[in-house]
Every structure is written in structure tokens, then in C-alpha cells.
Design a protein around this ligand. Structure first.
Ligand code: ANZ
Ligand code: ZN
Length: 834
């Protein structure tokens, strides 16, 4: 074999072309082999692949290649989550069309991904912004509507009064519109909803079966679904009405010192006073996110109405409060400032009593509060018949008594809301409905799908271009034939990512997917992505899958059998004195200080944090692939850190990986098919490595697999030429192939193997070689090591004693002394006492 250097610049594209020509990674839905569906969360086509993508897709790729080698028919697809706001922002800022911008980005990023040599079935590539995808989504939406899982209702949105547009929560910054800077108002608009709450119980229960999901993700989902057991009961009001409230802490009822309702609550709306109306208007300003409501200053308005306490008979003041949400529970609360922080802040501000009703022990009933509410558990105090009871018992007692009074009942309440999917923007899936003056809201006929987006739109004026378009929304009513108007809302892009894994598995042209083909591939065997999608994306995907199963389109309920959330790639940051950031290639080390290369200006080195454009602590995948080749980059992504942890990028690290690629190549170059002789120890190490690397990849312990390959490489380098050594080299090529596929193909060909290593089966393990069958025994006399013996593993005490006494060195040490006792520790040690 030649002793040329391995040249990624020529090898990488050559093997990528070879895989493509042979359609090596094309998934066959009719294959009889066991299936394996490996999926990484598909990227948003922002413009460039970033290093986080590289890490994510490299992990999936190693698993996919390994699964192929172990006899699986592997589905490993890739596509684009291509709708969404950045394309519209680009349209507004740069005057480009969102479609053109998106498709250019896809083309560029696809080329970048191809340079990494991923084992993807590109024949199944899809982009959610193409009618061939979103048209099927429209059909599914209509199916869900028919099944009663889609409805329209009035709901609040963030309204920018200057730009005259609805804003997404993330476009509201400090209560102001991100473009206009105008204070955002809350407005009611009729919007489309998906009935995810119908599945709340099932989504919660299903978590119990997801053994291969991270616990933290399951916990986040559980909290988001938020099942709580509480009490709904009614206060009698001084105006003769009753006011239902919901509480999860009925035990604290003796600590209620006021009652509060949401600004939208009928009790508030019915007030006939200018001051009340002004206060309600004030509450409407500011964002609608829970986080904003949580942190906003607590504001209240005393309605003058009082509520009668069901046990003490005290008259409690009724306030309108800005922290009470209309769409949770009943939109009204009994406020217990001693034990709820929001109520505490409110009571402090408006000088209301803060009684203690829970304390660590009964003798601490008079303990003062330390500037905040105490949510802690304990025993009830200052609570009449509840005094001394534990919290759970007290809860039960109050529920029983309130139910006996006929004033309310114990109730299960869910935090999960129905999913509002309406977005008043252009770059999304048009919602397939038609508004008719006569017939109302009518579903678009299925044969009119796909309802495609108009191309001729402008983004110079704010607002939704679909609404402004002169002709797009004009249609005939499918029912009465009269003039009607298309729905101009588009779907939340989370809808697009809620079923893409189904379309990857099956893509007939006339329907969203084929039921049998879905049954063949689903569930996804291994899903890999960022923990930032732990809640919404995964919950919505689990919901769509269940909803489609309920209406009989598929037979699987839980889409992702295993989930892995990978850590981030991090890098230190560099800042000038004025706080501005510099990129790693703008700085260098000067002695123990850092300076800007350009002018020697001093640079502060900051913390190691997630790579992000705004902090400039990024490395560009293209640049490093140019420099080191795809395999060194892939190897680095897998090496240093366990995959769930953050991976600090370092120049030294990638250099080391690159050196290892070439070191392996030199070793492969030393392959001698003619070498003779057996090296039992090396055979054993080789087979142990095969088994271990397989285990490590199966459990996604990529860094461990990497370490084993380093170990075996070291052992082969030290070994003398032999048939065993040649076999070890061949094995190393195969073990490294999932991680460094280009180098492995090049080596496989160079050492004269048939076909491509990508098609070679995973090397077989000889189980006999996995057990260490010989052990080294230390023989001691007078506390000193006299000899070491090689003995069969598990040899008897008698046999070891006999071997030890037969040793010449031992006999010399004994020098004729009488042996009093021999202590044998099997497989370890023989100690001779004289
Ligand atoms: C009395 C109480 C005492 C409460 C206490 C909490 C602690 P979770 O557990 O998150 O579901 N609440 C009820 N409806 C509300 C609404 N529409 N807007 C704002 N807050 C509301 O929250 C349930 C608790 O949140 C309820 O229990 C209620 O306050 C409040 F020591 O009642 B609690
Ligand atoms: Zn009509």
C-alpha cells in the first residue's frame, strides 16, 4: 500500500459521490430486514449550518451507519422546517421574497451538509414551505376539523397599534412592539384552535411508557400539562351574586384575606365606573405571556363588593387584579397572601392582612413572615377545626365540608390550554377555510387543495400581506357559490413539525402518507435534538400522532420511542474594553494576555458559553472542513465530552483529531495481508473493542467508543506484524467507519477489501476471545514478591499452591525452610509463610 498522506480534500467528495451513485443510504420500505428509523430534528433554513447542527447530525449519523452495518434497513432522512418569521423579517429588511430567501438558504445548507458525508436518504428530502408538503397538512387539518378537533374562538393576541399587526410573544419586548416600539395592546380576535386538551390525560399517561426519554424532559412535559387536584367553590357576594373560584390549596382557606378576579371577569366587566374601566384598560397593556404576568408589578382595583367567607363569615374585599388570568380555573381566586407569593406582594402593596395558616409546628402559629410567602408544607394553624392537621388531610377535610355545604366540589384542573394555531402572517400554511356572509365558516373542499400562497406580495407595509392581496382571498363559497373570502391566517409552524416524521416515512403524491408504510417505519427508534424543544415541539408531535391515530389514519400513538437531547457546543468569548465582541480569528494570545491581532488592543476573555452569532464566539463549519476535512470535524464532535454535555470547542482539540486521522491512515498503510502468526493478546483486544464500540454506539456513548478506538490503535501500533495484527487493522477500519466514513472507505479500498465499507457487515465478535482466560499470580514470601506466574483463570487453590512451590525463584527464597502455611487468593496471589 502506498505511503501517501490521506487527503480529505480529494477523498471526501470522491466517497460522497460514490455513496450517492450507489444510492447507498436509500431506505427501502419493502425491505424484509428489521427496520431502524434514526431521526435528528430537522433544521430551520436560517442560511448556514452551525456547529450545533454538525454535532447533532454527526451523532445520528454514527448510529445510522452502525445500524446499517448490523443488518437493519435504516431510514435516516433530512429536510427543512422552512416556514416562519425570519424569512418575513428578511423580506422586510432586505426586500427579498421569503420563498426565494428560504430556497437559497436550503440549497446552501444542503451543500454544507453534504460536505460532512452524512448517510442520509436525500430522496426523501422535504421542505415544509412547498405545496407538496403543506397541501397535505391542509388535508390533515380538515380531517381533524371533521373529527371535532379543530375549532374557532375569540382569543387575546398582542396587537401593535402602530404597525397594525398581531405580534408573536417573542416580538413583544418589555411590553413594546419589536419594530414600532409602541406599547402593545391586548385584543380579542377569532382564532383557530386544536383541541390538544382532549388528549391531556393520555399525553400525561403516555410519559410513563417512555423509558428511553430523559427524565428531565418527561418532567417538563408533565409540568406543562400540569394536572392539579383542587377545589372549585363559590363565595356569596354582597351584590347578591355568587363567585366561583379555583384553588389548589383549599387547606389554606382560613388564610384568605381577599378575593380577586381577572380584568376580563364578568364581575369586573359589570362595574359601572369610569375608574374601573380605566383600570381594566391599564391591565390590557403589556404582554400576555405568563412570565410577564408573573414578574409585572401587582396592580389591583377595589370593586367595593365583598365576599362572605364560607367558614368564618367574614366579609372579604373583592379586587380586580392584573395577575389573575381569565382562562385558568374560573378567572377568580381566593387570595392567601401568607402562602402565595403573588398574593403576598399584592397584600403588602394594598395593606391587606397576611395571616399565617401553615407553620412548621403548632407551637409556631405566631411566627412572623420573612418578607415573602411560605409555600412550604407543615401543619395547619389559626384555622379553627383544621388546627394541627397535615396539609393533605386538611385539603381533604375542606373539600368534604364544602361539598357537604353544596357550595362546590373537588376538581381536576389542567394547565394545558388548547393550542392556538392562527398566525396573522404570510410565510406559513394557509388555513383551508372560507368565510361566507351567508354560510359562515366553511371548510375548503379537499379537491381545491393545496391552497397555495400567492407569490406577488410585498412587505413594505406592515401587517399580513395575505389580507392586503387584491385577489388571493376572493373565492366562491363552496356551499352557496356566492362571493366569499379565504381565511388569511396561516398555521403556527409547530404544526409543520408535528408530522414531518410521518411524511419522511411515506410520501405518496395523492395523500399525506400511506398507513401501511407508516406502520413499517414508526415509531422513530432514535430521535436526537436540542433540549430547547423539550416541551412544545415534542408535545405537539405527540398530540398530532395521537389525533391522527384517533381518526384512524395511522396505528401508532407515540411517535418517538427513544429521545436523546445533546449538549451544546461552547466557546469562550472575547471582548474589547467597550464591551463589543470579537471572533476567535480576530484575537491572539500575547504572553499571558489576549490582544486583537489588528492593533494589539487588549481583549478580555469571557466565559465559555454556547456558540452564538451575537457573541461572535462561533466557528464556521465550512472553514474547519476546508482546513481539516470532514472526518476530523466529525471525530471532534464525538470525542471529548459525553454527548449530553456541552462540548467546548478548542483549536487544540480539532488539531488533535486531525492528527489522529492521519495517524490511523499511517497504521492502515502498514497493513500486510501476507503477515503470518498469531497474537492471542491482540486478538483478544480486537474482539473486546468490537463488542465495546457496539455497546457504546447503541447507548449513544460516543465519547467512550472514541476512547476504545484510541486504545485499540495504540495496541496495534505496538504489536509485531502477524496475521492477528492485519485482522486488527481491518477491524479498526470498520470500527472507525461510522465516525470517520471517508477515511474508512479510502482505507478499505487501499487494503484491498471488496465493495464499500459502508456496505460491510459489522465485524463478528468471537465470544471466546472476550473472556480473559489467563491471569497473573503474584507469589510472596516474607512480605516480598518472589515470582509472578501465568495461570489459567479460575485455577484451584491447590493447583496454584503447587505451581508456586515449583517455582525456582521461590525455592531459592525458601532456602530449605519448612513451609508453615500457604495463603491463596484465587486469580491474584499466593503467600508462603515459613
Ligand atoms: C389559594 C392558594 C393558597 C393558592 C396558596 C396557592 C397557594 P397551580 O397550582 O399552578 O395550578 N389561581 C387559580 N386560578 C388562577 C387564575 N385564573 N389566575 C391566577 N392565579 C390563579 O395554581 C393554582 C393556584 O393559582 C390556585 O391556588 C390559586 O391560588 C391560583 F397558599 O388558591 B391558590
Ligand atoms: Zn355560502
Amino acid at each position: 500500500m502506498s505511503d501517501t498522506r490521506f487527503d480529505p480534500a480529494s477523498a471526501d467528495p470522491r466517497w460522497q459521490a460514490a455513496w450517492e451513485n450507489a444510492q447507498t443510504f436509500r431506505a427501502d420500505s419493502d425491505s424484509a430486514k428489521p427496520k431502524s428509523y434514526v431521526l435528528e430534528m430537522f433544521p430551520y433554513p436560517s442560511g448556514r449550518i452551525h456547529i450545533g447542527h454538525v454535532r447533532n447530525y454527526t451523532m445520528g449519523d454514527v448510529l445510522a451507519r452502525y445500524k446499517r452495518a448490523t443488518g437493519h434497513e435504516v431510514l435516516h432522512p433530512m429536510g427543512w422546517d422552512a416556514f416562519g418569521m425570519p424569512a418575513e423579517n428578511a423580506a422586510m429588511e432586505k426586500g427579498v421574497h421569503p420563498g426565494g430567501w428560504t430556497r437559497d438558504n436550503i440549497e446552501h445548507m444542503k451543500a454544507q451538509l453534504k460536505r460532512l458525508g452524512f448517510a442520509l436518504d436525500w430522496s426523501r428530502e422535504l421542505a415544509t414551505c412547498e405545496p407538496d408538503y403543506y397541501g397535505h397538512e391542509q388535508a390533515l387539518f380538515l380531517d381533524l376539523y371533521e373529527a371535532g378537533l379543530v375549532y374557532r374562538k375569540e382569543s387575546e393576541v398582542n396587537w401593535d397599534p402602530v404597525d397594525m399587526t398581531v405580534l408573536a410573544n417573542e416580538q413583544v419586548i418589555d411590553g413594546k412592539g419589536w419594530r414600532s416600539g409602541a406599547p402593545v395592546e391586548r385584543r380579542k380576535l377569532a382564532q383557530w384552535f386544536l383541541k390538544i386538551t382532549d388528549f391531556a390525560e393520555d399525553l400525561l399517561e403516555g410519559l410513563g411508557g417512555l423509558d428511553n426519554w430523559p427524565d428531565k424532559v418527561k418532567l417538563m412535559q408533565e409540568n406543562w400539562i400540569g394536572k392539579s387536584r383542587g377545589l372549585e367553590f363559590s363565595f356569596d357576594l354582597s351584590n347578591g351574586e355568587t363567585l366561583p373560584v379555583y384553588t389548589t390549596r383549599p387547606d389554606t382557606i382560613f388564610g384568605a384575606s381577599f378575593v380577586a378576579v381577572a380584568a376580563d371577569h364578568p364581575v369586573a366587566q359589570a362595574l359601572d365606573s369610569e375608574a374601573a374601566r380605566e383600570f381594566i384598560a391599564l391591565c390590557k397593556r403589556g404582554g400576555t405571556t405568563a412570565a410577564e404576568l408573573e414578574t409585572a408589578e401587582k396592580l389591583g382595583f377595589d370593586t367595593g363588593i365583598t365576599a362572605r367567607h364560607p367558614f368564618t363569615g367574614a366579609d372579604l374585599p373583592v379586587y380586580i387584579a392584573n395577575f389573575v388570568l381569565m382562562d385558568y380555573g374560573t378567572g377568580a381566586i381566593m387570595a392567601v397572601p401568607g402562602h402565595d407569593q403573588r398574593d403576598f406582594e399584592f397584600a403588602t402593596k394594598y395593606d391587606l392582612p397576611i395571616p399565617r395558616v401553615v407553620a412548621p409546628g403548632v407551637e409556631e402559629a405566631g411566627k412572623p413572615f420573612d418578607g415573602e410567602a411560605e409555600a412550604g408544607e407543615g401543619v395547619l394553624v389559626n384555622s379553627d377545626f383544621l388546627d394541627g392537621m397535615a396539609v393533605d388531610d386538611a385539603k381533604r377535610e375542606i373539600i368534604t365540608r364544602i361539598e357537604a355545604q353544596g357550595r362546590g366540589e373537588g376538581k381536576t384542573v389542567w394547565r394545558l390550554r388548547d393550542w392556538g394555531v392562527s398566525r396573522q402572517r404570510y410565510w406559513g400554511t394557509p388555513i383551508p377555510f372560507i368565510h361566507c356572509e351567508t354560510c359562515g365558516v366553511v371548510p375548503a373542499p379537499k379537491d381545491s387543495l393545496p391552497i397555495t400562497l400567492p407569490e406577488d406580495v410585498d412587505f413594505k407595509t406592515p401587517g399580513n400581506p395575505l389580507e392586503r392581496h387584491p385577489t388571493w382571498s376572493k373565492v366562491d363559497c363552496p356551499t352557496c357559490g356566492g362571493a366569499a373570502r379565504r381565511e388569511t391566517d396561516t398555521l403556527d409552524t409547530f404544526a409543520d413539525s408535528s408530522w414531518y416524521f410521518l411524511r419522511f416515512a411515506s410520501q405518496p403524491s395523492g395523500k399525506p402518507f400511506d398507513r401501511d408504510e407508516i406502520a413499517k417505519w414508526l415509531p422513530v427508534d432514535q430521535y436526537i435534538g436540542g433540549v430547547e424543544h423539550a416541551i412544545l415541539h415534542l408535545l405537539y408531535a405527540r398530540f398530532w400522532t395521537r389525533a391522527l391515530a384517533r381518526i384512524g389514519l395511522i396505528d401508532v400513538k407515540e411517535p418517538f420511542a427513544s429521545l436523546f437531547t445533546q449538549g451544546m457546543v461552547t466557546h469562550e468569548t472575547y471582548q474589547l474594553g467597550d464591551g463589543s465582541y470579537l471572533s476567535p480569528d480576530q484575537v491572539r494570545k500575547n504572553g499571558s494576555d489576549w490582544v486583537r491581532i489588528e492593533d494589539g488592543a487588549p481583549v478580555d476573555v469571557g466565559r465559555v458559553i454556547k456558540m452564538s452569532k451575537s457573541k461572535k464566539n462561533v466557528v464556521d463549519p465550512d472553514t474547519i472542513i476546508d482546513h481539516y476535512g470532514a472526518d476530523a470535524v466529525r471525530w471532534f464532535m464525538l470525542s471529548d465530552s459525553p454527548p449530553e454535555r456541552d462540548l467546548p470547542w478548542s483549536e487544540a482539540g480539532i488539531e488533535g483529531c486531525s492528527r489522529f486521522v492521519h495517524r490511523l491512515w499511517r497504521l492502515f498503510s502498514a497493513y500486510d495481508p501476507q503477515a503470518q502468526g498469531e497474537d492471542k493478546a491482540l486478538d483478544r483486544r480486537t474482539h473486546q473493542a468490537i463488542a465495546a464500540v457496539a455497546d457504546d454506539i447503541e447507548s449513544l456513548g460516543f465519547n467512550k467508543a472514541v476512547a476504545r478506538i484510541y486504545e485499540l490503535t495504540g495496541a496495534v501500533e505496538k504489536a509485531q506484524p502477524s496475521a492477528s495484527r492485519s485482522a486488527a487493522i481491518r477491524t479498526l477500519v470498520q470500527l472507525a467507519a461510522p465516525m470517520m466514513p471517508h477515511l474508512a472507505e479510502e482505507a478499505w479500498a487501499a487494503i484491498g477489501q471488496d465493495g464499500m465499507v459502508a456496505d460491510a457487515p459489522w465485524p463478528e465478535v468471537d465470544p471466546a476471545l472476550l473472556v480473559e482466560d489467563e491471569v497473573t499470580i503474584a507469589v510472596q514470601h516474607k512480605g516480598k514478591l518472589r515470582d509472578t506466574l501465568t495461570a489459567p483463570k479460575g485455577a484451584s487453590k491447590e493447583a496454584l499452591e503447587e505451581m508456586a512451590l515449583a517455582s525456582e525463584k521461590v525455592q531459592r527464597s525458601l532456602d530449605g525452610a519448612a513451609v508453615r502455611k500457604v495463603i491463596v487468593v484465587p486469580d491474584r496471589l499466593v503467600n508462603i509463610v515459613t
